[in-house]
Design a protein around this ligand. Structure first.
Ligand code: DLL
Length: 433
């Protein structure tokens, strides 16, 4: 039997949902106009007064917001409450160094926790469950979000963070974890490690909540088989609130968008035209219940389809498909957002020519990031040991910029194939979409 965390909301009529969205959108537009000079200027430039927005039908009048706006307004230019009313930040890497910083009031955190509690409940979680949260804790939203959701339900929560696989498996066995929350690639790695250690019969997992990166149906099937659980997808992004923007139910055919908090649109990424349900395009979100960091029409760059057919689970929220790609060049490697421009910035900063190639692959269910960089002719005459010192220097600089290890290989001048059109900077061998 399907369970809901907030049945009166998750199963509300479409008319009721629309009424909530109309009212909350109007309130949010006034809130940002009154409290955020950056927004006020943006709306004034477009000749929009808050009174022009009377409901969702007027949403299309509002300008889009992009990561560039967030970068320009860094760090507090989009903060809509006095700093002393914010209680937390979460953050993600942005292009060339500047990070995206999202602020939360306590009320924002309560609502976010509730979104995650809905996702956990849809995966069958109750107060009697033991929830192992193996997403990273800290600035990344994964750990904090699912941890908060699990607390809200009242389940025993294991705030493991990611890594330290031996300890993960030991706690999973000793405390009888029944729900696992982590990235799908870490789930696959844990499954492999559990089999290697011969402790599969001590595992009590029944469900997994896996997201933050693309994963295929084949991968879902493998993880389900190996860990004996049902694997649920979860979607979110730091800018909008982290995990729980959308979540899967037992039907496993897309993720219900928490539409009482977020209005979703699909647009043509080239023209900005709003597309009807069922058509593929870029996902755009407007948060309508946030106090500290509300975003209007934020372009996620994720390419998706929104479906409005009724769902057998009884929820009335529309469903988004798994992201089918990106409309920018962002890669997600080991759950970390990586832009080729960040890698290029490191190379240029260290005096290398911008002749490089990024290769992403997956070995034993773990992402591998390699960067081949052409040396200048002068460097090429260096001794092998001098070259490996330079490689090490680049590895450290990349780690500082991206937060993850990249295998850097310095190659002879003119060995990276020149393209006659756009340079092929990235070779992604993972076939995730
Ligand atoms: O990844 C938030 C999150 C944490 C979601 C834990 C789910 C679970 P960011 O680091 O800001 O936030 O990355 C956001 O990750 O725009 C998508 O491109 C991608 N992404 C997130 N969830 C999924 C998913 C978190 N289920 C970016 N499938 C988004 C595919 C996903 N891609």
């Amino acid at each position: 039997m399907e369970k809901y965390f907030a049945p009166e909301i998750e199963c509300a009529s479409r008319d009721q949902l629309r009424a909530w969205q109309d009212e909350r959108l109007v309130k949010t537009v006034h809130h940002v106009y009154d409290n955020v000079p950056y927004y006020r200027n943006l709306l004034k430039e477009k000749g929009i007064e808050p009174g022009d927005i009377k409901g969702v039908e007027d949403l299309h009048k509002l300008p889009f917001l992009t990561k560039d706006d967030l970068r320009e307004a860094y760090p507090t230019g989009l903060l809509a409450v006095p700093m002393r009313d914010a209680v937390r930040i979460q953050s993600t890497s942005g292009t060339t160094g500047k990070r995206v910083v999202a602020f939360y009031t306590q009320h924002d955190i309560d609502l976010w926790d509730e979104c995650c509690a809905r996702a956990l409940t849809a995966a069958g979680c109750t107060k009697d469950d033991v929830v192992q949260v193996s997403y990273g804790f800290g600035l990344f939203t994964g750990g904090a979000g699912l941890n908060g959701g699990s607390h809200k339900i009242g389940s025993l929560t294991l705030p493991m963070s990611s890594g330290n696989t031996d300890r993960q498996i030991q706690f999973m066995c000793d405390l009888g974890a029944t729900i696992l929350c982590c990235t799908p690639s870490y789930a696959a790695y844990l499954a492999e490690s559990i089999h290697e250690r011969g402790v599969r019969d001590q595992i009590k997992l029944k469900a997994g909540i896996f997201g933050a990166e693309a994963w295929t149906q084949e991968m879902r099937h493998d993880i389900e088989q190996q860990l004996g659980l049902k694997a649920y997808d979860i979607y979110g992004l730091t800018e909008i609130s982290g995990p729980g923007v959308a979540f899967e139910c037992s039907e496993q055919t897309g993720m219900h968008i928490n539409e009482d908090h977020f209005i979703a649109e699909i647009i043509n990424p080239k023209t900005g035209e709003v597309l009807p349900d069922g058509e593929k395009g870029e996902l755009v979100f407007t948060s309508i219940t946030k106090e500290a960091f509300p975003l209007l029409r934020y372009r996620t760059k994720d390419i998706c389809v929104i479906h409005n057919e009724p769902c057998s689970c009884g929820r009335t929220f529309r469903k988004m498909s798994k992201p089918m790609g990106r409309s920018d060049d962002m890669l997600i490697v080991k759950g970390v957002n990586v832009f080729p421009s960040q890698i290029e910035a490191v190379l240029i900063n260290k005096g290398y020519p911008a002749n490089y190639q990024i290769i992403v692959s997956r070995e034993h269910n773990s992402d591998v990031l390699e960067v081949n960089v052409e040396m200048t002719p002068e460097m090429f005459s260096d001794s092998l040991s001098a070259i490996s010192v330079k490689e090490k220097e680049l590895i450290d600089a990349m780690k500082a910029m991206l937060g993850i290890y990249a295998k850097v290989r310095l190659v002879a001048p003119k060995t990276i194939v020149r393209s006659e059109g756009k340079a092929v900077r990235v070779i992604d061998k993972r076939n995730l979409y």
